[in-house]
Design a protein around this ligand. Structure first.
Ligand SMILES: NC(=O)c1ccc[n+]([C@@H]2O[C@H](COP(=O)([O-])OP(=O)(O)OC[C@H]3O[C@@H](n4cnc5c(N)ncnc54)[C@H](OP(=O)(O)O)[C@@H]3O)[C@@H](O)[C@H]2O)c1
Length: 376
């Protein structure tokens, strides 16, 4: 049986779902000769860790209790009564993970899984890599830090996986990696990588005002609590940067031209979310409506995409042929078109749900299983 020790940082929607998937897949993994051994779990305040990281693990009852407590909104520090475990506060927690990485990196190996939405994990992840450990991320922020940080994180390509950072469980990173590894040259990547903006643009195309569609998307839970977090395009830019760096371009987030769907004078510091939704957003209806109609006259549709071509990355609204995969997109699916020497006329297309805790955590779990060959 191959036993892989894991520390999970972050037990929000994705982290909790990952713990549930690990518990639910025990029988399947066992048949494959694999046992995922969770030795520690962190949230933003604290860390719960087994006393004997070499021989012991947080058992399935404890993992289930973590999920229950975190769903209730408690901190992991509420679990201080569990036998054979210890709780550390945040400062100690970071040192604990680094210590565990140092100890297990030299012996059994360890995977540090980043299911946080924080930039603060970067140093910890770099130290884990330095200690010979593996890293799996759902969190885009460490990978979209400076190019120097990115190169340190990815210095040992086989020891890092981050499929879920772009398109959740969809095999986008894996596909780009395979195309690059085969020596095929990537000519262009076009991606609709925000489920929210995919939904918004396909609804606006039917003639509905932008403001109505965004308010509806918020009501349906498709947007962030402040929809400007989606409309700014920053999240799409991070995904585009991850893809561009995968293709081999040494660029930073600042090098990406990003079109925000709202102007500076409607930014969060200026208008509250409510003011933006009721007073600001309707002022944008005419412009977007006009652009949608102009695209239609050209037999095109307007989509919010990332465009990666000739060492240039742009994120924003583009007219695309109605007949293309992205042009046919309806609803919140993600779609990526990869054009390369081998896929020059007809692109390699990957499409499906690009968000959701279940699919995202499934992508993280698949990454964990994928690196099992690095463990004895
Ligand atoms: N959900 C999706 O559809 C999806 C899709 C693709 C990628 N992702 C990515 O997956 C990640 C997790 O998403 P989520 O929806 O689960 O986020 P979330 O619900 O906000 O949970 C984040 C978790 O990280 C913890 N945390 C924050 N800072 C930390 C730190 N410095 N050290 C350790 N833990 C820390 C938080 O602790 P507390 O519990 O104490 O607040 C919380 O448990 C994000 O980076 C997101 O972008 C999500």
């Amino acid at each position: 049986m191959k036993r892989i020790p894991i520390v999970v940082a972050g037990c929000g929607g994705v982290g909790r779902q990952l713990l549930e998937h690990i518990v639910n897949c025990r029988a399947l993994h066992s048949k494959q000769g694999l046992a995922l051994r969770v030795v520690g779990v962190c949230d933003s305040q604290s860390m719960l860790v087994t006393n004997d990281i070499f021989a012991d693990e947080l058992n399935d009852d404890v993992l289930t209790r973590i999920c229950v407590e975190k769903t209730r909104g408690s901190s992991l520090s509420a679990l201080g009564d569990i036998d054979d475990c210890q709780v550390f506060d945040y400062k100690e927690a970071t040192m604990q993970v680094i210590d565990i990485a140092g100890l297990l990196g030299r012996s059994t190996g360890l995977v540090v899984v980043d299911c946080t939405a924080s930039s603060e994990t970067l140093e910890l992840l770099k130290q884990a890599i330095d200690s010979g450990c593996c890293v799996v991320l759902a969190n885009k922020k460490p990978l979209t830090s400076t190019i120097e940080d990115y190169e340190k994180l990815t210095a040992h390509v086989r020891r890092i996986r981050y499929e879920s950072t772009v398109g959740a469980g969809l095999p986008i990173i894996a596909s780009v990696t395979r195309v690059v590894a085969s020596g095929d040259s990537i000519l262009r990547i076009v991606g609709s990588l925000s489920g929210t903006l995919g939904y918004v643009m396909s609804e606006v195309e039917t003639g509905r005002p932008l403001s109505e569609v965004v308010r509806e998307a918020k009501r349906l839970g498709y947007t962030e609590p402040d929809p400007r977090d989606d409309l700014s395009g920053t999240d799409v830019a991070r995904k585009a940067l991850i893809l561009a760096r995968l293709v081999g371009w040494k660029i930073n987030l600042d090098d990406i031209k990003v079109e925000s769907l709202y102007p500076e004078d409607m930014a969060p510091g200026t208008l509250s979310t409510e003011e933006f939704l009721s007073n600001g957003l309707p002022l944008l209806d005419n412009d977007i409506g006009g652009r949608v109609r102009a695209a239609s006259l050209n037999d095109n549709v307007l989509r919010y995409v990332c465009f990666i071509e000739n060492s240039r990355v742009e994120v924003g609204l583009r007219e695309l042929p109605k007949s293309s995969s992205i042009g046919r997109l309806r609803g919140s699916d993600n779609v990526v078109e990869i054009y390369s020497r081998c896929y020059r006329e007809t692109p390699l297309v990957i499409q499906g749900a690009g968000a959701g805790n279940d699919t995202t955590a499934a992508g993280v779990l698949a990454d964990l299983v994928d690196i099992q060959d690095l463990f004895k």
